[in-house]
Design a protein around this ligand. Structure first.
Ligand code: HEM
Length: 151
């Protein structure tokens, strides 16, 4: 059982790197686009990278919960319960918050012609990215709790 637990820790850490790493740079990718075609391409790249975040995130949750099943005392640890709660909040933010603010950007990229990036895009992306930054802060807190296990 110990070996399986350590295998889970191993998979968990790889999932954290491969899933969370790309997640942290999602807001950076569209920043350098100066033309609409570049911006559209930036969102294609973001979409591809987001697949890593979804797979890595799911594996983090599954391996984390399996570790809890193998060592039930974890459910009495503050760092574990807090991380799990924060993770579920961050997960719910995807469909309930991020999707809502991404929708008008998606429409705008689809319906705008020419190469000029509309001023409206900058307003919309500022709101979307502020929520993505909040997600990043939540993940930084979770990683810190994972490493330090302070309470
Ligand atoms: C953003 C999401 C997460 C990231 C980036 C992450 C990352 C990590 C990292 C790097 C470690 C190794 C730390 C160490 O032991 O020195 C770790 C350990 C651990 N994580 Fe996570 N984790 C995440 C979410 C979760 C969730 C949601 C759970 C619970 C359901 C969980 C359960 C655990 C457990 C039980 C360990 C301890 C393994 C051990 O040392 O015995 N993690 N995590």
């Amino acid at each position: 059982m110990d070996q399986f637990y350590f295998f889970l820790v191993f998979v968990h850490i790889f999932s954290a790197i491969l899933g969370m790493g790309p997640g942290f740079i999602l807001t950076v990718i569209p920043k350098t686009a100066t033309r609409l075609s570049e911006l559209r391409h930036a969102y294609v790249i973001r979409h591809r990278l987001h697949i890593f975040v979804m797979i890595g995130g799911t594996m983090l949750l599954v391996t984390g919960l399996l570790m809890g099943l193998l060592r039930p005392y974890l459910f009495q640890m503050g760092w574990y319960i807090t991380s799990l709660s924060l993770f579920l909040i961050a997960l719910a933010m995807g469909p309930f918050v991020l999707k809502r603010y991404f929708k008008p950007i998606k429409e705008l990229l689809k319906n705008t012609s020419g190469e000029q990036i509309p001023a409206e895009y900058h307003r919309l992306s500022k709101v979307l990215f502020s929520y993505e930054h909040l997600e990043n802060i939540i993940f930084i807190i979770i990683i810190t709790l994972m490493i330090l296990k302070p309470f």
